[in-house]
Every structure is written in structure tokens, then in C-alpha cells.
Design a protein around this ligand. Structure first.
Ligand SMILES: *[C@@H]1O[C@H](CO)[C@@H](O)[C@H](O)[C@H]1NC(C)=O
Ligand SMILES: *[C@@H]1O[C@H](CO)[C@@H](O)[C@H](O)[C@H]1NC(C)=O
Ligand SMILES: *[C@@H]1O[C@H](CO)[C@@H](O)[C@H](O)[C@H]1NC(C)=O
Ligand SMILES: *[C@@H]1O[C@H](CO)[C@@H](O)[C@H](O)[C@H]1NC(C)=O
Ligand SMILES: *[C@@H]1O[C@H](CO)[C@@H](O)[C@H](O)[C@H]1NC(C)=O
Ligand SMILES: *[C@@H]1O[C@H](CO)[C@@H](O)[C@H](O)[C@H]1NC(C)=O
Length: 324
């Protein structure tokens, strides 16, 4: 009885995993075919390849990753792809083997990604930010351990059918994009980003959708200083929008014990202000004063902390010292 159940179970599983209706083949770029599968195991799909119309009546031979595959002959062939076993199929002319064309078969497993590390549950795998509203933004990601070979195949960025050009950094871990739409206009549509990353034959698509106003993060504040050891002041970041009266910032001031860091939850003071200044109103002689900014109107993300470390009469705001 048990063995009969197992046989039935296997029959149903095996037939569902080889069900041809569960895979999809799509042309992603000129020479790249993507085979989409519901899972990694147990699949076997025949993928049709064409060397090209130009070679219709030629004696065409094929190689996979540079190795002859004698079973594949002719301009049009069907290659067997098992599980994640894609590759670069090149077609060649006759016995001399002159290179004619190639098709790369990549495999994308539905709803499963392993190439990039998740930054955080809220952000997902890709973090995007911009220092102002000029339309230029950067997105970064981190490759998982053992996936350092991973490379970007394609980036698609658009806002309401309008294409946004992006450039991939040399190390393959970030892109810089430039949205040309007017920064002073209210944003109606989100920017939609798709990044296709591959490692060997595995292809993964990471998507993100956001308003520019949600990713604008002011950079470090300029010239955080004190002249009297009591009153601190600072300036807007150089990269922030001008005029400042229109694009105002809101500041958070946090004072922590000097063995802590700006990220500590144990603070001596936590103060919110729109004025770029803060007056010390406590007696502690050793502390760190931390200041960061966000857009006052959108209340978007905070920028990084700028800080001064104070030890009695020595104030160290990144190498700036006040003599007693
Ligand atoms: C993948 O996720 C989508 C949306 O959440 C869902 O509709 C689909 O059934 C999932 N596919 C698989 C194979 O789990
Ligand atoms: C080369 O192969 C691609 C498909 O991978 C095809 O679109 C293209 O037309 C072929 N080139 C020529 C010259 O036939
Ligand atoms: C596939 O092979 C062709 C011909 O050798 C080469 O030009 C192309 O860069 C290869 N593509 C990949 C993704 O390896
Ligand atoms: C700090 O500034 C306030 C006004 O902004 C002023 O009243 C006060 O005297 C200043 N403190 C010191 C020590 O200069
Ligand atoms: C806005 O940020 C971009 C970089 O994203 C920078 O090139 C530009 O100079 C900044 N604008 C201002 C006004 O500083
Ligand atoms: C000031 O801070 C910098 C950077 O944190 C550090 O290298 C330097 O030693 C500090 N100077 C003093 C006098 O504490």
C-alpha cells in the first residue's frame, strides 16, 4: 500500500516537473535566451536555436561553451537543457569551424534569488539614493559569498514609458542613472528599475520602484563647529538643492556618551530642529554631538551623521580642534 502511494506520488511529482507548460522561453537581448522555470530541480527542456537566416543552406555545426556537440547539426537545432545547465552555444561553418553566431541560454528560477544579499527587509536587495533632486541617482547592491563572478547583463530603468539611462560601475556592484525629467515638477509616476544579474547560467531579475523624493538623502553636513564650546552650528551639504529657502532641511541632533557612537540608542539629548544650530544645555564634559538631516517637506530618508567628539576643552570635529 505504502509503495503504491509512493509510486503515485512520484508519478504526479515527476509528471508535473517535466510538464512543458511550466517553462517559458524568452529572448532577453540580441543573443540571450532566458529559460524560466518554476524550480531548480528535475526539469528537462528542449530549446530551439537558430544560427541565423543568413546561414540557411550552409553546413552548420555547434559547440557548447567551446566544446563540439556532434549531435547538433544544421542551422536549426533543439538543445536539451537539464536543470540549471545552460551555456553559450556557438554555431560554426562546416568542418573548418569558422564562427558564425552564438546564443547564450540562461536560466531564471521563479521567485528565488541567491546572487545578491538582502540589504534589509524594507529595502530588499538594492539600495538607491540621490543627494538632491537633480535626477541623478545611484543604486548599489552586494553580491553573496561565492557569487563574486556575478555580472550585470541588462539594466532597464523607466518612468511612465520614458527611458532613464544608467551606467554600470566597473566593479559591477552599482549603477548611476540620470532621470532627465524636471526636478521641480511634482512626481506623478514612480521610477521602475529592473536589474538582470547572472552568475554562470543562472539569471536573476531584481526590481525596485520608487519616487525620487523617497530616495533623496542629504549628504554630510558641512562645517559642523563651535566657537565657544557651547553653541554648535553647521551648514547645508554642498550637494543640496539651492535655493535653501525653498528646499529646506530638517535636522536631528543627538548627543551621546563619548564611548558610544552616533548610532547608539542611549543618548544624553535628542533634539529636532529646522535651525542649523544647537546650544549645549547639560553639564557633561565628555560627549559626542551628532547631527543629520532630512528633507523638511517630504520627510524623506535621513543622511549620514556628522559629529564632533568633545573631551573637556578639546573639540574634535573631524580634525578640527578648539584650544582651551
Ligand atoms: C511566484 O510568485 C508569484 C507572485 O507572488 C505567484 O503568482 C507565482 O505562482 C509564484 N510562482 C511559483 C513557481 O511559486
Ligand atoms: C544570430 O543569432 C541571433 C539569435 O541568437 C539572431 O537574432 C541573429 O539574427 C543571428 N545573426 C545572423 C547574422 O543571422
Ligand atoms: C559567447 O560566445 C561568443 C563567441 O565566442 C562570445 O563573443 C560571447 O561573448 C560569449 N558570451 C558569453 C556571455 O559568454
Ligand atoms: C549661545 O547662543 C545664545 C543665543 O543663540 C546666546 O544667548 C548665548 O550666550 C550663547 N552662549 C555662549 C556660551 O556664547
Ligand atoms: C546634485 O547631485 C549630483 C550628483 O548626484 C551632483 O553632480 C550635483 O552637483 C548636485 N547638485 C548640486 C546643486 O550640488
Ligand atoms: C580627532 O578625530 C580624528 C578622527 O576621528 C582622530 O584621528 C584624531 O586622533 C582626533 N584628534 C584628537 C586630538 O583626539
Amino acid at each position: 500500500m505504502l509503495s503504491l502511494l509512493l509510486v503515485l506520488l512520484c508519478a504526479s511529482l515527476c509528471s508535473s516537473s517535466s510538464d512543458s507548460s511550466q517553462h517559458q522561453i524568452e529572448t532577453l537581448t540580441d543573443n540571450v535566451l532566458v529559460l524560466r522555470l518554476p524550480n531548480e530541480e528535475g526539469s528537462m527542456v528542449f530549446v530551439p536555436l537558430t544560427c541565423g537566416e543568413a546561414y540557411q543552406n550552409q553546413p552548420v555545426t555547434w559547440k557548447k561553451n567551446g566544446i563540439d556537440v556532434p549531435a547538433l547539426q544544421g542551422n536549426q537545432v533543439k538543445v536539451r537543457v537539464e536543470e540549471m545547465n545552460g551555456g553559450n552555444y556557438t554555431c560554426h561553418l562546416g568542418p573548418d569551424g569558422e564562427y558564425l553566431n552564438h546564443t547564450v541560454i540562461m536560466i531564471q528560477v521563479e521567485n528565488r534569488t541567491v546572487i545578491l544579499k538582502e540589504k534589509s527587509p524594507e529595502e530588499g536587495h538594492i539600495r538607491c539614493s540621490a543627494p538632491n533632486y537633480s535626477g541623478s541617482f545611484i543604486c548599489t547592491w552586494t553580491k553573496a559569498q561565492y557569487r563574486s563572478d556575478a555580472a550585470v547583463l541588462l539594466v532597464k530603468a523607466e518612468r511612465h514609458l520614458e527611458n532613464i539611462p544608467c551606467v554600470v560601475a566597473a566593479d559591477g556592484s552599482s549603477i548611476q542613472c540620470q532621470d532627465a525629467s524636471c526636478p521641480f515638477r511634482e512626481e506623478q509616476h514612480r521610477i521602475a528599475l529592473s536589474i538582470y544579474i547572472y552568475s554562470y547560467s543562472r539569471l536573476e531579475e531584481y526590481t525596485k520602484s520608487f519616487y525620487l523624493r523617497d530616495i533623496v538623502r542629504p549628504e554630510n553636513l558641512q562645517n559642523l563647529h563651535t566657537t565657544d564650546g557651547k553653541n554648535y552650528s553647521w551648514n547645508y551639504p554642498d550637494s543640496w538643492e539651492k535655493p535653501c529657502s525653498f528646499f529646506s532641511l530638517h535636522f536631528q541632533v543627538k548627543v551621546v556618551h563619548n564611548e558610544d557612537t552616533c548610532h547608539s540608542d542611549k543618548h544624553i539629548r535628542l533634539h529636532e530642529t529646522d535651525d542649523p544650530k544647537f546650544e549645549i544645555d547639560f553639564k557633561t564634559k565628555r560627549y559626542i554631538i551628532c547631527v543629520r538631516a532630512q528633507d523638511k517637506h517630504t520627510r524623506g530618508p535621513f543622511g549620514p551623521w556628522s559629529y564632533c567628539s568633545v573631551n573637556r576643552n578639546t573639540v574634535n570635529c573631524s580634525f578640527l580642534e578648539l584650544q582651551p
